[in-house]
Design a protein around this ligand. Structure first.
Ligand code: TYD
Length: 211
């Protein structure tokens, strides 16, 4: 079977993977990297991926930080993103890499908008500001019932967001689906309740169609 690594990948491409906690983003990412089989692939995660962004990540996910207000939270995610975009993602794309991001702008709309209840229009502006308008070419949305997500991801030490519970995750899911409805060209929905290798194969097919 021809692997993409056997093909000459010489164009930059930006893929983000989104979904509720426990939807299987990491598995899909690993599968994509394996299939692409190229040294011109870079993986990043949000929040994180630069020294500053990793420090912001610690702040955001620390269960002790109960006092973080939703607006503070949104701006911290945005700050972490700005550093990641300018230090890593944009230079990589300019150098012709394929960038795979585990979460990006849509997480802010789903989590801080639909689940936390912040104004969605403001958050779109914040996303535009934090990313300086850089959108993924393709977003793979792993859609999953949060009850299944919770069963799959048995958390010994849930982080601050993971502690929010099922109702929160349901709102996140609803937000994602709404976004996919609004931007069907970019955001492709994958049924994440299927076996993981089937989900991953479906994701690979979508990426191949785009490349
Ligand atoms: P992480 O441990 O990376 O979660 P996961 O493995 O599920 O991706 O933690 C990231 C958390 O941050 C996750 O619960 C989603 C949340 N998040 C937001 O609320 N807003 C955002 O803009 C981003 C990027 C993430």
């Amino acid at each position: 079977m021809l692997k993409w690594g056997d093909l000459v990948i010489n164009k930059s491409f930006f893929i983000s993977i989104e979904g509720i906690d426990g939807a299987g983003k990491s598995t899909l990412k690993e599968y994509l990297v394996d299939y692409l089989n190229s040294d011109k692939v870079i993986c990043v995660r949000e929040p994180g991926g630069t020294d500053i962004s990793e420090k912001i990540r610690e702040l955001l996910l620390d269960v002790k930080n109960e006092k973080i207000l939703p607006k503070t939270e949104a701006m911290l995610y945005a700050s972490a993103r700005t550093q990641l975009v300018e230090e890593v993602i944009r230079p990589a794309l300019q150098a012709g890499f394929i960038v795979i991001a585990d979460r990006y702008i849509d997480s802010t709309i789903a989590y801080q908008g639909y689940a936390r209840g912040l104004d969605i229009a403001y958050l779109h502006q914040l996303n535009a500001l934090s990313s300086n308008g850089l959108k993924p070419n393709l977003t793979l949305l792993l859609d999953l019932d949060p009850n299944i997500g919770q069963e799959r991801k048995i958390l010994l030490k849930p982080d601050r967001l993971e502690k929010e519970g099922i109702i929160f995750q349901e709102k996140v899911r609803e937000g994602y689906l709404e976004l996919a409805h609004l931007e069907p060209e970019r955001i492709k929905v994958l049924d994440a309740s299927l076996p993981r290798d089937v989900v991953a194969a479906n994701g690979v097919d979508l990426v191949r169609a785009f490349l």
